[in-house]
Design a protein around this ligand. Sequence first.
Ligand SMILES: [Fe+2]
Length: 387
Amino acid sequence: MGYDSDLSFNYFGPTKIIFGIDSSKDVEIEMGPYGGTKAVVVTDEGIIKAGLIDHIVKALGTKCVGVFSDIPQDTGVEVVDAGAAFAKKNGADIVVSVGGGSVIDTAKGMCMIITEGGSLRDFNGVQLLSRPQTPHVVIPTTAGTGSEVTNVAVIMDKQMGQKRLIVEHFNIPRLAILDPKMTAKLPKLMTAGTGMDAMTHAVEALHAMPHEPITDGLAIHAIRLLSRYLPLCVANGNDLVARGQVQIAATMAGWAFGLSGVGNIHALAHSIGAVAHVPHGIANGILIAECMEFNIESCPEEYALVAEAFGVREKGMDDMDAAKAAIAAMRAFTKKIGHPQKLSEMKVKENDIVKAAELSLGDGAILNNPRLVLDASEMLGIYKKVL
Ligand SMILES: [Fe+2]
């Protein structure tokens, strides 16, 4: 692939990042420039039980007008609408989300409905907004989604039976506070799975059709950081240095794929998530190597960069040899971090993959895949290899 002579792109990454241990305690001071004084905190019950909310509500003081926590693993249109109704009832003019991808994406949808009114169901398309939305401050409790810096929200639409991608430049969070302590309680499996979501964002940002040198730079360093520090996080969740580096990697990978795009790995992960409820990061981690095999002829140069980031490109290797080494390194890496290897480990059945393969062709993520996907049978072939 490489770059064409007619390369042109816009780079737009407006989210301010604050990084540091205990930085989440500064939320009230840091949200000052964004204008809101009545904050609704958006989170889920697991985060509340883990004790990750109390210090944030305390820091917000009288500026906290309510906590909305009725959010499932995969958020949906109805969840967003209920959250927005709760926020409006309490007069909220700024949203502080504390959680993983489902929480952050719920909050993104809420920001749109608080400003524009109606239901999220009314927003069926991309880049429909014409003005800035309700300010959104994100405090992630996982390191993977990258949603804290992207224009994308993934929202389940039960009526359509599919996860919808809401893509809006005017709805990118204003501020992300990365506090390594906020991810320290994440269990090993979730640490590995969300970390592989970040890894997938980085790899797909490199192979996506609109990739460019800035997103490539972000993606390559994200892979370096993940390959070094994610195993340390899995081995010892309280290693705050490793937790911090993985958080930074997830944010860099988020910036990269948010501008560049993703591909068939995400299309297949979204689809098997919609059909069989496989957690997003784990689906990506199971699928990544086989999807790279599928794409390798279309982007050996980009996968060779993955090999360099992993430190497995040996002297004399051409791009194709290095790309093959990258795939081998990816397989070894998922085993090293104790990541599930097969969809059947997540209770996926044969008929689930048939349904998901059909769905994947309608997933927006597939449009930027480096190899043109012509038929659902090609995607079914990938699923079968990892069932
Ligand atoms: Fe993802």
